[in-house]
Design a protein around this ligand. Structure first.
Ligand SMILES: N[C@@H]1[C@@H](O)[C@H](O)[C@@H](COP(=O)(O)O)O[C@@H]1O
Length: 239
């Protein structure tokens, strides 16, 4: 696991943007794994900037988002479908048919999970996966206790995760209790992984990651076993 200490949030986003641009420019049909949350917002701004400056095109790129809430339609402003369109997709030339996000409204959620996993496989697997981290060490929505062997599945969200994400919802009751998430095994099959960590609230998670103990009670710890994983952490987290 390589660790890059960025000067600040902008620097973290810029470094990640450069790695992604290099990857897409050398392999235009890159399968990119995307994350939501506040952490990657600066990265999306950076990628849009590179696109507008004509230094990057997503014309042949295919994307797979990590997760989606169960029960929220794409039109709901708290869905990850909505998030991706608002913060990234609307500004770039990524073809609509190449954008993939799990469907949290699917009638048969188990089937949706299998379908999503097959789609990733069919594309040849994720080339470059972007990750954020939850305060409890979750990656995607793989909460503590999720088997490392899990593929795309339905997860009951931890109370701490629902509380952390409650800031986006009018009331706590409206925060969904379940989500579809790409599994840890699926994430680990990615050829390259970039984990972004930003802000004081992630200090404990970062410290625990550095401790190095690999345990299902701290999902991000599995990343120590990946042979091409880069952690980009900003100074605010470290100090
Ligand atoms: N499913 C997402 C994760 O993919 C994300 O990493 C995490 C941290 O979010 P933030 O970056 O806002 O701290 O939030 C959500 O739970």
């Amino acid at each position: 696991m390589q660790i890059i200490e960025a000067e600040n949030y902008e620097d973290m986003s810029r470094i990640a943007g450069q790695i992604i641009a290099r990857e897409i420019n050398s392999k235009p049909d890159t399968a990119l794994g995307l994350a939501t949350g506040s952490t990657p917002l600066g990265l999306y701004t950076e990628l849009v900037k590179l696109y507008e400056e004509k230094r990057l095109s997503f014309q042949h790129t295919i994307t797979f988002n990590l997760d989606e809430y169960v029960g929220l339609p794409a039109s709901d402003s708290n869905s990850y479908h909505y998030f991706m369109k608002k913060h990234f997709f609307q500004y770039i030339d990524l073809k609509e048919e190449n954008r993939h996000i799990p469907n949290g409204m699917a009638e048969n959620l188990q089937e949706e999970c299998k379908k999503y996993e097959r789609l990733i496989e069919k594309s040849g697997g994720i080339d470059l996966q972007i990750l954020g981290i939850g305060g409890n060490g979750h990656i995607g929505f793989n909460e503590p206790g999720t088997p490392f062997s899990a593929q795309t599945h339905i997860i009951c969200l931890d109370q701490s995760t629902r509380e952390a994400n409650a800031r986006f919802f009018p009331t706590m009751e409206q925060v969904p209790a379940k989500a579809i998430t790409v599994g840890i095994e699926t994430i680990m099959r990615s050829k390259q992984i970039i984990l972004l960590i930003s802000g004081k609230t992630k200090y404990n998670a970062y410290k625990r990651l550095l401790d190095g103990e690999i345990t299902e009670t701290f999902p991000a710890s599995i990343l120590h076993k990946h042979d091409n994983c880069t952690v980009i952490v900003d100074k605010e987290t470290v100090c």
